[in-house]
Design a protein around this ligand. Structure first.
Ligand code: FAD
Length: 555
């Protein structure tokens, strides 16, 4: 077996690690109030690998022998566990289907090539044999980007890039690093860090996603305000295609027609296998700090983030939660009991808020990050303080920011915790120009609440703004409800579809950074206009007329 790290087959992260509420006394009262779910009741654990009915691999002996010959027997795996791990990503739909044993098309074989040459041989063999090839990074996508079409009759190969995990070289003059596409976030940051560099790309899924996956899904990290999305970070690419290698050099700019680099970005395996990415890297900052702020209302928080985005200030993170997400953040704090703001903050701060006449149910928590030299950080903090003060904010200081920094990669475990208890907790995110953000926000909340009413459940929706740009920002919604029927995905679809539809009806995109896959594809023509969707599908069919490369996605 190759030495490649994978997440647990049924959920997020590593086996043995999960979310717990016992050390967060505010959580249980919050959850019962929000979605009528009693955390003190025993969970209905329903994950049993042995209960899965896993179809036998369907791959002919000639193709099997050829593929095994390319990577070696140790790196051509048909074991049930490996095949299941490579069947889906980590969307709510994926997690529920795995728990229900709903796995109609499992890859027939998982291949772990050692280098680009082996990838080329696999691609050529797969296309010659008219097989389906699905590149696999960390398996963390939440848009249905990995699953084979349910009725696929051809052999399905999952091509796991996990052994291509090295930082090859750093051009210290240009700040450009050549990195193999299968490198997981922590592995590549460790290798870069040893040389004094950072990529600065930290999605919430950082620990279990790869550079190639980030490129193939147009990912965005929480520090995108400073470092950019992966679309800005990825400068050069090497992509294996049938019989050839696409090589795009890391140029600072070019005027060579429509961007081929941009075609590969977000292509979800449909235009070949990315083997290497040249990324822009930055010197590790001398200082890094995240400060917490409190705003009197959501509107004042949004206005402040907008004002920062068009000012001289250049923070690395700008994030503000609505009042509901603020309540949730306080409820998941460790140790201190209660879930109201008054039980969470100091008496001194409380009296300041009272003096200002703030409505405690409306306050919104914000995190703003700063990186760079000490002087730069000091100046940025001052610039931001002047702006947020004009919008009525109070500076909370480093404490809440440090807490946010510590917790940020633990949050994904909550979805499994809720599923164990018969509830959905999921996310949908969008982006829109500043002029439309407030209307969009209220429309999405209203659409979700109507959907909760339609299925007759007590639901919860909360939001934060992040990833600010000069012209707009991302709104990231989290929603939760307790399933009331035997078919949870039916209920989930009503809510998810209402939210996605509200995005495109109100000036937002179907996704700012979670890609299209099969789950967001129904809104593609509304997002791009029918002419745009037509161009996109023309690109895929002309490159891949027989649909060998991850068919059915972004279409
Ligand atoms: P995979 O899931 O393995 O694959 C995704 C797609 O890319 C598939 O279509 C696959 O075929 C293709 N692909 C993968 N590698 C290659 C390659 N080398 N060549 C060609 N195609 C390839 N995303 C964000 O951007 N920001 C976030 O903050 C964020 N937070 C998340 C939090 C949670 C809890 C979860 C579950 C997901 C989150 N995501 C986030 C989504 C997900 O992590 C991203 O889409 C990520 O970029 C996927 O990378 P991966 O390596 O896991 O790719």
């Amino acid at each position: 077996m190759p030495n490649v790290k994978h997440m647990k087959w049924w959920g997020w992260g590593v086996e043995g690690v999960g979310f717990h509420h016992e050390d967060k006394p505010g959580m249980a009262p919050f959850v019962i109030k929000a979605i009528d779910l009693d955390l003190n009741e025993a969970p209905e654990l329903s994950v049993d690998f042995d209960a899965l009915d896993i179809p036998e691999p369907k791959i002919g002996p000639d193709l099997l022998a050829l593929l095994t010959d390319i990577v070696g027997a140790d790196n051509a795996i048909s074991e049930p566990m490996d095949r299941i791990v490579h069947t889906y990503g980590k969307s709510m739909r994926d997690l529920v289907r795995l728990r229900n044993g709903d796995i109609p098309r499992v890859p027939d074989i998982v291949l772990y090539p050692a280098d680009e040459d082996e990838v080329q041989q696999i691609v050529d063999a797969a296309v010659d044999a008219d097989a389906v090839l699905i590149p696999f990074g960390g398996g963390s996508n939440i848009a249905g980007s990995l699953e084979a079409p349910p009725g696929e009759t051809r052999p399905v190969i999952s091509l796991d890039l996990g052994r291509l995990n090295k930082v090859i070289d750093v051009d210290e003059t240009s700040g450009l690093a050549r990195i193999q596409a299968g490198a997981l976030g922590p592995d590549l940051e460790e290798q870069l860090g040893q040389r004094g560099w950072t990529l600065g790309h930290f999605p919430d899924s950082f620990t279990h996603s790869t550079l190639g996956g980030w490129v193939a899904t147009r990912s965005s990290g929480m520090q995108s305000d400073k470092y950019g999305d992966i679309a800005q970070i990825a400068r050069g690419l090497r992509v294996v295609q049938p019989g050839k290698l696409l090589v795009l050099r890391p140029l600072p700019g070019y005027s060579t027609g429509p961007s081929v680099r941009e075609m590969i970005l977000g292509s979800e395996g449909r235009l070949g296998v990315i083997t290497e990415v040249t990324v822009q890297v930055h010197r590790l900052p001398e200082e890094r700090v995240v400060l917490g702020y409190l705003f009197p209302s959501w509107e004042s928080g949004l206005d402040a983030m907008h004002a920062i985005s068009v000012s001289d200030a250049t923070p690395s993170i700008t994030r503000v939660s609505d009042s509901r997400e603020t309540g949730f953040s306080f409820a998941t704090r460790k140790k201190k009991p209660g879930f109201s703001l008054s039980s969470m903050i100091s008496k001194g701060l409380m009296s300041v808020l009272e003096k200002r006449g703030w409505d405690l149910d409306q306050v919104c928590l914000s995190f703003i990050g700063y990186e760079g030299s000490k002087e730069h950080v000091a100046r940025q903090k001052k610039l931001v303080k002047d702006i947020v003060s004009k919008h009525g904010a109070i500076v909370l200081g480093k404490g809440p920011g440090e807490l946010y920094d510590q917790k940020k990669f633990d949050t994904p475990y909550i979805r499994d915790f809720l599923l164990d208890r018969g509830a959905a907790g999921d996310v949908s995110e969008t982006a829109a120009p500043w002029s439309q953000l407030k209307t969009l926000y209220y429309a999405v909340v209203a659409a979700a609440n109507s959907a909760f009413d339609e299925i007759g459940v007590k639901g919860w929706i909360m939001c934060h703004l992040s990833h600010s740009e000069h012209s707009g920002a991302c709104l990231y919604f989290t929603f939760a409800f307790k399933f009331s029927q035997d078919d949870p995905l039916k209920e989930y679809d009503v809510v998810k579809q209402a939210i996605q539809q509200a995005f495109v009806d109100n000036g937002g995109t179907l996704s700012h950074h979670h890609a299209v896959g099969v789950e967001h594809a129904p809104w593609l023509a509304e997002d791009l206009s029918p002419a745009g969707a037509e161009l996109m599908s023309g690109l895929f069919t002309s490159f891949d007329p027989k649909g060998n490369f991850n068919p059915g996605k972004i279409t």
